[in-house]
Design a binder for this molecule. Structure first.
Ligand SMILES: Nc1ncnc2c1ncn2[C@@H]1O[C@H](COP(=O)(O)OP(=O)(O)OP(=O)(O)O)[C@@H](O)[C@H]1O
Ligand SMILES: [Mg+2]
Length: 432
């Protein structure tokens, strides 16, 4: 009953209008970069969507449903008619000023074969949209946190997620890129029995190459535009300084604090500048309250880093491992969402235990709509955004080599429009 009610709620025009207003009030926020909230929990399908259920892309990927829509694109679950597997399709309108999918494809390809990375399946474009097809994952870490009774993860879950996220960040740094939008909704758990306990890193649209062709760290720009999501952005990023590897780790730090506490002190503040000021004044040691005392070392380390210094990933992962060992936390222990509990305030009952998983949880399944309290809470909590790349840069705020960029092939379309030749294969540009 609750499920139907909520689906109706989501389809109710007034509610949809309300959601749109929220999005656009974000747009007109003092920091004009605000275009997109974090932690998107609802998926509002409209007739303006680039695809509808049943559409087939490139005669191969049949749209099942929309599962996400961020500031830069639309994400759909699809069925691969060739392999019969479920896939994720990420689209951006060919018309939109901020083109970031080319970067997404470039980085995804660079990362292929690594842990915590979705398998790349295909990409292309037509006159209406650019798209990338990749392995479909399960729920993102923002959704999963909010579906917890306290809106927070246990220390056991936090430490194990933290360690996987750290390794994912290390991987992207190893291939010469910064992610620059590390936040819970950019990480998903796998959805199949063999990978549902693995974290996957998503969304490379704001990535930037920080090394030169010869592997040296690029000289930092004197000033750079803000990139990322206000809630998780480092103080450095707030100051429009060139972001480095340490900034991704600062965002991880804020994520960890939010995981265990259920919130960050600046969660209700919308204005980017105000959040920056608050972060600067805030005694970050207070954020460590619910984390093991070892995390003082994490904080000290990221404070000590700058753009040029390579973070000590090994020391940081050792810290997680030490804390886990001391507390008797085992890799096979159930994650919070795998434990059996009944939340009285909602209809959600999460019952999957790792030992008995026979059926993988469906990504973006109906459960997405079940957590009513979380949805209501979220509507009040739309302060999070990713910032766009400037119009016309096509997301190449970067130094991508031509091979990677050229690999964003052009593909013809079935049912969705005509074919245009590879305009995405143009010269890589570098933002100023
Ligand atoms: N491969 C995938 N499998 C399953 N779900 C996915 C996948 N890629 C993205 N999603 C879902 O769609 C959401 C938005 O995706 P993504 O972050 O890539 O888009 P975005 O438009 O860049 O979003 P934002 O600007 O909000 O960060 C994710 O939070 C996740 O829930
Ligand atoms: Mg995202």
């Amino acid at each position: 009953m609750m499920v139907v009610g909520l689906i109706l709620l989501c389809r109710n025009n007034k509610v949809l209008t309300f959601l749109w207003l929220l999005r656009y009030s974000g747009d007109s926020n003092a920091s004009s970069e605000v275009i997109n909230e974090d932690d998107s929990f609802y998926v509002n399908m409209t007739t303006e969507d680039l695809l509808q259920p049943g559409h087939v892309v490139k005669e191969r990927w049949k749209v099942v449903k929309k599962i996400g829509g961020g500031g830069f694109g639309e994400i759909y679950e699809g069925l691969d008619l060739v392999t019969k597997e479920l896939v994720a399709l990420k689209l951006e309108s060919a018309k939109q000023a901020k083109q970031v999918l080319k970067m997404e494809v470039a980085v995804l390809k660079k990362l292929q074969g690594r842990e915590h990375v979705c398998r790349f399946i295909g990409c292309g474009r037509n006159d209406r949209f650019n798209y990338v097809v990749m392995q479909l994952q399960g729920k993102n870490l923002a959704e999963l946190r909010r579906s917890q009774p306290r809106g927070a993860y246990s220390l056991s879950t936090t430490l194990r997620l933290g360690l996987q996220i750290l390794k994912a960040i290390e991987s992207i740094h190893e291939v010469g890129f910064l992610h620059r939008d590390i936040k819970p909704s950019n990480f998903s758990m796998g959805r199949l029995s063999h990978n549902c306990r693995s974290v996957y890193m998503l969304d490379f649209g704001l990535a930037r190459q920080y090394v030169t062709a010869t592997g040296e760290v690029r000289p930092p720009r004197a000033a750079a535009g803000f990139r990322g999501t206000v809630r998780y952005a480092s103080i450095n990023a707030h100051k429009n300084k060139e972001m480095g590897r340490h900034d991704d780790l600062w965002s991880l730090f804020y994520m960890l604090v939010e995981f265990v506490n259920g919130q960050l002190p600046w969660r209700k503040i919308k204005d980017k500048e105000q959040v920056g000021v608050m972060k600067e004044k805030y005694d970050h040691r207070l954020l460590l309250k619910h984390l093991p005392s070892d995390f003082r070392q994490f904080l000290d380390h990221i404070y000590a880093l700058d753009y040029h210094i390579r973070p000590d990933y090994c020391m940081l992962s050792g810290l997680f491992e030490r804390c886990m060992k001391r507390r008797g936390i085992k890799e096979n222990d159930p994650y919070d969402w795998e434990k059996h509990y009944t939340d009285n305030s909602a209809t959600t009952t999460v019952t999957t235990s790792p030992a008995v998983i026979s059926k993988p949880p469906l990504a973006g399944s109906i459960l997405t709509f079940v957590d009513k309290p979380a949805i209501i809470k979220d509507l009040k909590d739309k302060t999070e955004i990713s910032t766009p790349v400037p119009p016309g840069t096509h997301g190449t705020d970067n130094m991508l080599d031509d091979n990677i960029m050229a690999s964003f092939e052009d593909h013809g379309e079935n049912e969705t429009g005509g074919v245009k030749e590879g305009h995405l294969q143009g010269e890589p540009r570098q933002a100023g």
